[in-house]
Design a protein around this ligand. Structure first.
Ligand SMILES: [Zn+2]
Length: 329
């Protein structure tokens, strides 16, 4: 400004004012920077939160898939070891082993899918292949468990109940396809488990569960008797004994299990779905036989997997099936 002390003073003051202004600017800038930093951290936290939130269902799916894989390993081990052996009485259960040389697999090879990836599914002792059933069952079980988790809609109890029911019917299906047998020791253990599961479930209760089991058993037992009578008539006409064609005794037990799993209201649709899909399958089989020129209307096949399929269909989508059933003319 103007000269003199005042001027000097003014200059000083002005300089000070400038400094103060600088500091203020710095402060403001710093504040803005700090605010920006804080808000970016906040944004980061929010982003991390939303990533976790977004990843959470995927993590749960992966967990369900791993559980399914582990159960698939157990289904394979039981299906290998429970059926009667030609060589003698059944051995005590043990870890997965080579069916060719009896060598126990190392733990890393217990899941057949891992065995397939690590060693081409071949026994490291004798080189024999493990076959396709084990990896297929594991893959199906893993995918099925993810499906069950989604089906259960986040309800852990519903999920585990579904896993147990699926495990039982998967094991019975694998053994029936390979041996044409529904093993009695699988049946009675499963019956106890399914009875407890249904009886303790608040939606089902003991009465509906027990009646379901009895109706399923009784219904297919009647069909079994009719099948026996039909076979007897056909055999007399042909003058020669006939291979079994209708339900066997194992299917009667299995129908009892299906009834225990789905309850009295679901057992009829379950058996009908089983018979219908089995009929479709045998028609397809006859078609193939006709095309190949080897037609045999009495070719036996396992009914069990179709009953198990009907049971699972009603167990998983019982309400939609019931609605369709009641709505259909
Ligand atoms: Zn081997």
């Amino acid at each position: 400004m103007i000269c003199g002390r005042g001027g000097l003073f003014t200059t000083e003051t002005a300089r000070n004012m400038e400094k103060i202004e600088e500091l203020r600017t710095l402060h403001v800038l710093g504040g803005t920077f700090f605010d920006a930093l804080m808000s970016s951290e906040k944004a980061q936290a929010v982003a991390t939160g939303s990533i976790i939130r977004a990843m959470w269902p995927v993590l749960l799916d992966i967990t369900a898939g791993l559980l399914g894989l582990a159960l698939g390993v157990i289904v394979n081990a039981l299906a290998d070891q429970l059926p009667p052996r030609d060589e003698g009485p059944p051995l005590p259960l043990r870890a997965p082993y080579c069916r060719s040389c009896g060598h126990l697999f190392p733990a890393a090879h217990w899941p057949a899918l891992a065995h397939l990836l690590l060693a081409g599914g071949r026994c490291t002792h004798c080189g024999a292949g493990r076959g396709w059933r084990a990896p297929l069952v594991e893959a199906g079980s893993a995918i099925g468990a993810v499906g069950l988790w989604r089906w259960a809609g986040g309800e852990v109890g519903v999920f585990y109940a579904g896993v147990i029911v699926s495990f039982i019917f998967l094991l019975i299906t694998v053994i029936d396809i390979e041996h044409r047998l529904v093993l009695w020791r699988v049946v009675w253990v499963s019956a106890i488990v399914l009875l407890l599961l249904g009886g303790l479930s608040p939606e089902r209760g003991w009465q509906k569960t027990i009646i379901g089991g009895l109706v399923g058993y009784g219904m297919v037992f009647m069909m079994f008797l009719f099948g026996q009578a039909y076979m007897w008539v056909v055999a007399r006409r042909r003058g020669q004994p006939l291979e079994e064609i209708a339900f066997g005794g194992g299917d009667v037990n299995l129908a009892g299990l299906v009834g225990l799993a789905v309850g009295w209201s679901g057992v009829l649709p379950a058996v009908v779905i089983g018979i219908f899909t089995a009929g479709m399958f045998s028609l397809g089989m006859l078609g193939v036989q006709l095309l190949r020129g080897r037609y045999n209307p009495h070719t036996p096949f396992a009914y069990g997997p179709f009953l198990a399929l009907g049971g699972m269909a009603v167990y998983l989508c019982g309400r939609s099936i019931a609605a369709w059933w009641l709505g259909s003319p």
